[in-house]
Structures are given as C-alpha cells and as structure tokens.
Design a protein around this ligand. Structure first.
Ligand code: HEC
Length: 155
C-alpha cells in the first residue's frame, strides 16, 4: 500500500501526463464514450510506418493475434479478430483508445494495453516504467488501421 502511494506520488511529481494510480498515461477527461478523439501529444501518424509496426516482432507484433489480408506477414494469429475492415467498424478515436488501453473498453481482455505503464506500483524502485509503444507509434498504427476499409470515405 505504501509503495503504491509512493509510486502514485512519483508519478504525479515526475510525469505530468501520468494522471492516475492505475499507471495510465492518459486521463479520463481525454475519453468520450469508447473513444479518445485527440491524437496523443498531438502526434501525426503515418500509415506506412504503422503497417511496419503492426508486423514487427520487436515493436507492435500485432500479427501475433490478428490477421490482415493485405499484409505479407507469414504467420498471422487468430486469437484476436480479423482486422481487414476494421476502419469501417471503428473510428480513429475508437481505434486509439483500444490500442492505448483496451481494458477501459473491455475489462479482462487479453489484448495488451499498449500505452499504459503496467503495474506502476512495482516500478517505484527502478523508476523504469515505459509504455509498450510510444505516442508516435500508437498514432502510426491508428493511421494504418483507419485505412483498412472497403468503402472510401471522402477525406
Ligand atoms: C495477445 C493477443 C493480441 C495482441 C498481441 C494484439 N491484439 Fe488486438 N485484440 C485481441 C483480442 C482478443 C481482441 C478482441 C478484444 C476483446 O473483445 O476482448 C482484439 C481487438 C483489437 C481491435 C478491435 C477490433 C474490433 O473489430 O473491434 C483492434 C483495432 C486491435 N485489436 C488492434 C491491435 C493492434 C494494432 C495490435 C498491435 C499493436 C494488437 N491488436 C495486438 C488480441 C490481441
């Protein structure tokens, strides 16, 4: 309990963007419904880089659990849903929140929270908490995923 409080204090003192003791880098105020509409830290995403992150073993490695027909990745998992038309199903804001912290949409999901410091109360000692992906990488993925659609929307 004490270490959890200490970590929460460190969090508030050292990282202004880190607002709650669950170890999230985002605040509830950024979330409307099941979406986070504003790009994180105002970053501009690039779809071509997002496609690489989606496949890369050392970064996102989303293909471990998801398939996308247009991807050339050899092994694509099926633990998560097929994302071929996910840009038709979900808005950029809905996609963003699902990548940032799916637990906020569906508690208990096996989909990792990519922009959240896990178990923050344990990092007080080494102060080494980092999200799995950076804000830029999240935005690159959002740009990529919004393009996975059948219908072409007017820009
Ligand atoms: C360990 C497996 C796993 C990994 C790795 C994973 N996901 Fe998921 N993902 C899931 C599961 C399972 C769901 C379904 C969520 C649920 O209903 O619990 C999901 C749901 C989604 C959805 C919503 C799909 C829809 O139709 O509603 C998106 C978008 C998504 N994932 C994108 C990604 C991206 C991008 C990455 C890589 C950064 C990724 N996922 C990595 C398992 C995973």
């Amino acid at each position: 309990m004490i270490s959890r409080l200490l970590a929460a204090f460190i969090c508030v003192a050292a990282m202004p963007a880190c607002t709650d003791a669950r170890g999230s880098l985002i605040s509830d105020a950024m979330i409307v419904g099941d979406a986070m509409r504003e790009p994180i830290l105002g970053k501009q995403g690039r779809a071509d880089i997002g496609a690489q992150i989606f496949e890369a073993r050392e970064s996102g490695h989303c293909v471990l659990c998801h398939q996308v027909s247009s991807s050339t990745a050899l092994f694509q998992g099926n633990l998560g849903p097929n994302l071929d038309l996910v840009g038709d199903r979900l808005s950029a804001g809905q996609l963003r929140l699902r990548l940032v912290d799916y637990q906020r949409v569906r508690p208990g999901t096996v989909m990792p929270s990519y922009y959240r410091i896990k178990d923050l109360y344990q990092v007080g000692t080494d102060f080494g908490g980092q999200p799995i992906l950076t804000a830029q990488e999240i935005e690159d993925l959002v740009a990529y995923l919004t393009q996975l659609r059948e219908t072409q929307h007017a820009p």
